[in-house]
Design a protein around this ligand. Structure first.
Ligand code: N01
Length: 486
């Protein structure tokens, strides 16, 4: 049996929920949201490790059209963010559109009919005029290619696949990686574990986190005088946009911020040797700048050791480093991030003439405004290539992309078109421009290797500009840039 819809959304994170809400606002109700997990939330469902919280303020990291006056903290924890997403699903009546435990394996475009045929694990089949891919930029855990990793006999799991039953109490634990996930996990479990070994390859730049509970008075204000919350959101918005200046145009701002970060390190870590290990050697901003008040103090604990000697191999009982030291370990937590820049499509996608998406993206993923890809008609991506941000809330980009998708769907309907397909030269010219702009940024010139880039150095993940520029460009459907087939 084939389940037929007008639109099919893949993924129920912020992107999938936003697309569904806006479809409904447009009067579209014949759609389904396919979700691989057994609940909604995407990354905010997957990443429930201890200490998981957002590193962008909640009043900005939430939908502009659905303000939450009751956020408990400046940077809310994962459970509260997931609750907010559940609230959105309830309020906008999305639950009836959600189909869980459905992992899409293949999407194939039928050019004669102008429809997408979609298959999922277990043999389910769907068809839809349009597909909206919201499967997340950071949803595929990346396991490090460390010799002997499969031979480890203890417990081992990825930060995004946290073992719910895991109890850190009294255990000897290794954490591999020092990115945004690790810096939240380490301080949370350090007081419980017997010994924590932190395997660091590159020290991150860390700034203090301006976190605090939001007072009941402020919450009362936001509930009773909503303009005060809107004003606060606006302030946060511009504060973050200023940071983009440093990444893109005024590296001097980053020099100043680097000094603050080094001062913070000095205040937090009195031991000179440890401080040396934790001092970054690349330009701030090249990798994501992290914020934490408890990470550095956790590293000064007697039961925490930062190891920088490089991992030689993992064996049955623990980790052997290049200096020949073996550390026996009960549990290894893999906090090595996600597959973001290579093999970007999470399932097989075949467009016109059977063209394979990952094959088309072999030299680097490309789209127009991160949303449409030439040769893949009526397919829309949210958080597609070069839409990531180093400086602000991804929800801003998601809303902008969804706006463009809604405008495109309106045009498709008005023109009674079978499909719309981005012109190839539009995509090429746009991406030449994006790469040219990126070539002047700290992400390309900051002397680091990051998940922003492919192995060949091409940055296919970040938007090299302000969010307001992106919002402006995604306001309307540009008919002349598409082939419209009736
Ligand atoms: O992953 P990462 P993450 N041997 O890629 C190390 C978002 N996020 O999960 O720097 C040893 O940042 C690697 O070392 P190096 C956010 O956008 C948001 O922490 O490559 N180490 C690095 O230290 C973030 O940027 C929140 O030298 C190895 C670490 O593993 C993104 O997710 C919270 C290794 C990976 O760091 C990813 O963050 C969490 C190896 N073979 C995440 N391979 C919020 O707060 C890799 N590493 C919203």
């Amino acid at each position: 049996m084939i389940n037929t819809y007008d639109q099919l959304i893949i993924g129920s994170g912020f992107a999938g929920l936003c697309a569904a809400i806006k479809l409904k606002e447009q009067g579209e109700n014949n759609f389904v949201i396919l979700e691989r997990n057994d609940w909604l939330g995407g990354t905010w469902y997957d990443n429930h490790y201890p200490g998981a919280a957002c590193d962008v303020e909640s009043h900005l990291y939430s939908f502009s059209f659905e303000p939450n006056p009751n956020w408990s903290r400046q940077f809310s924890p994962q459970q509260e963010i997931l609750k907010y997403m559940e609230h959105c699903a309830e309020k906008y009546d999305l639950y009836k559109h959600l189909q869980y435990n459905t992992t899409v394996t293949q999407a194939t475009f039928d050019e004669a009919k102008g429809i997408w045929n979609v298959s999922a694990e277990g043999g389910q089949n769907f068809s839809a005029r349009s597909i909206i891919t919201c499967s997340g930029g950071l949803s595929q855990p990346m396991f490090p290619d460390i010799k002997g990793i499969d031979s480890f006999k203890g417990t081992m799991f990825h930060s995004a696949k946290w073992e719910k039953k895991f109890d850190a109490k009294g255990k000897t634990v290794a954490v591999i990686g020092t990115g945004a996930s690790a810096i939240q996990i380490v301080p949370t479990i350090a007081p419980d574990v017997k010994q924590l070994y932190l395997f660091q390859r590159t020290p991150p730049w860390i700034m203090p986190k301006p976190d605090a509970e939001i007072s009941s008075l402020r919450r009362w204000l936001y509930n009773n005088l909503p303009f005060t919350q809107a004003l606060y959101r606006r302030r946060l918005y511009w504060q973050h946009e200023l940071m983009a200046l440093g990444f893109i145009k005024r590296p001097g701002i980053l020099k100043f911020a680097s000094k603050l970060s080094l001062r913070f390190l000095k205040q937090s870590v009195p031991d000179e040797k440890l401080r040396e290990k934790l001092t970054p050697s690349y330009v701030m901003g090249c990798k994501r700048v992290l914020i934490s008040n408890d990470y550095y103090p956790a590293l000064t604990r007697n039961n925490v050791e930062v190891i920088t000697d490089g991992i030689q191999q993992i064996n049955e009982t623990g980790v052997l480093t290049k200096d020949g030291v073996q550390r026996n370990i009960d549990t290894i937590i893999i906090a090595t991030g996600f597959q973001a820049a290579e093999e970007v499509s999470r399932f097989a996608v075949n467009g016109r003439n059977g063209m394979d998406l990952n094959e088309a993206w072999r030299e680097g993923a490309e789209a127009y405004l991160g949303t449409t890809v030439s040769g893949f008609p009526n397919m829309f991506l949210v958080v597609g290539p070069n839409t990531g941000l180093g400086h602000s809330s991804m929800i801003l980009m998601i809303e902008a992309q969804v706006n463009l998708i809604m405008e495109s769907l309106k045009a498709l309907k008005q023109k009674q078109a079978k499909f719309i397909d981005l012109k190839r030269d539009v995509q090429q010219e746009y991406n030449r421009d994006i790469q040219e702009k990126l070539s002047h940024t700290v992400w390309q010139n900051g002397g680091c290797v990051s998940w922003y880039q492919m192995k060949n150095g091409k940055n296919v993940t970040l938007w090299p500009g302000f969010t307001f520029t992106f919002m402006k460009r995604t306001k309307k459907f540009e008919e002349e840039k598409y082939e419209i087939v009736n």
